[in-house]
Ligand binder design. Sequence first.
Ligand code: FAD
Length: 519
Amino acid sequence: MPRELLLQVTPEIAANELLLRDYLSKQIKVSPKEIQHVSILKRSIDARQKAIKINLKVLIYMAGEPFQETKIELPIYKDVSKAQEVIVVGAGPAGLFAALQLIELGLKPILIERGKDVRGRRRDLKAINVDHLVNEDSNYCFGEGGAGTYSDGKLYTRSKKRGDVTRILELLVAFGASDDILVEAHPHIGTNKLPKIIEDIRKKIIEFGGQVLFDTRVTDILVKNNEVEGIVTQNGDTILANKLILATGHSARDIFELLDKKKIFIEAKPFALGVRAEHSQELIDSIQYSCDYRGEHLPPAPYSIVKQVNGRGMYSFCMCPGGVIAPCATSPGEVVTNGWSPSKRDQVTANSGIVIELKLEDFKPFAKFGALAGMEFQKSIEQKAWHLAGETQKVPAQRMIDFTQNKVSADIPKTSYVPGTTSVEMGQVFPGFLSQILREGFKEFGKSMRGYLTNEAILHAPESRTSSPVRIPRDPITYEHLQIKGLYPCGEGAGYAGGIISAAIDGEKCALMIAETLK
Ligand code: FAD
């Protein structure tokens, strides 16, 4: 039987197979030659002490012990081209994993996506970064792979169901992700690797008889006697099916408006909102690793911070070590920030959303919009920021200490945000109570992370698409919409996921629920 061991080693030993073998042989008092193979089961960084350690969980196979390299395989898919059709709207993680699961269950997905395929999308990302042009169907949020495609690809989630998480991670590995994601405590994939994985998922869906339609925006959902009949696209084409997974993400405002107009029950949902802060990665490394130089064996340091300020949670969100701030607007006339990183996280800057939890009562000034009040509140801030920064894709920016002191920054250095910044007193972007919490909160952050509160850090506004401002309510057991039969609200847009992994899990669950009803 291979021996399982938990150990703490230096980053250098953890990064070098020979050194690790040597170390283990001393620990278990055998010669290194007697160790046939070491499998790493889990890896995490312990940066609590000055001398940083790597926690490892390993399996040691001694010479003569049976050992076989395990290869993660895809499930067995069968051709579904003639099977019952299910419409899936949105090719984000929720829609893609719903489609794969439907095929596994012998059902035919018709996957409908308003945006372009991953390659076509690149041109539109360039247009928003360089020419300040926002394509309403193809941008950082819309297009094949959804909002997660050009992201940091962080794959951790608060989901407690480890089995579900492992299944999604294994599928990603089977589609080409590094198997390190199965081992790391905080796995991520990176913007450069995600598009190929997503492309391969799409090819598999088509290979086994699923249909994938790009450049196809759903503009209506056909409903008769409170039952789904199909959808209508922007060209007026109709696609009929009585099962519909609606996985359109948190930025599909036209879908929320459509549901509201058709009196399909939706409700306002609190979300979080704030700014995106950028520091040099070197500074974050020095704070997190208590060192002047990170060295070659430690990854660029992430951070995670939560504070209660004036009775509200203020916390870091979607932190991207070695990453870049991206323009994530989905309509002209607004600006939105978020962040991405390449797989090596080798950019010189570190950015993170720093957001405050909102409450439904904050949306009161927009009460006339009913269930869309939170969405209108969000929109108003994005539009105000666009206006204040000069009505391009430039964003309002301010140095961090200047912000805490209500002082317009005399200058803003070049940041990773390619469209550029305009020096603005950030307090103008947000309602007064939010600016006040942010100001207090940054001072608190500075006390917990010495060096964090610095004028070298640049705040960009707004970070506003943290989760959906709307929930599309569904039955907790069947996942079917509470009012409309055959409609399965799914993923982040419906309010049932937050992030790539949880959206993928939710997509699979919706597919499973549909298969249940068809038994
Ligand atoms: P989405 O990914 O939003 O997908 C919805 C899809 O529906 C889109 O492709 C959209 O084009 C399509 N759609 C919308 N309306 C229509 C319509 N009318 N007709 C047809 N199609 C439509 N999460 C993480 O876990 N880790 C990260 O590191 C991370 N980084 C991020 C970085 C950026 C820049 C962004 C924008 C997001 C990031 N996220 C990250 C969040 C993550 O991407 C989302 O949580 C996740 O993609 C939600 O999945 P989803 O399938 O529910 O929705």
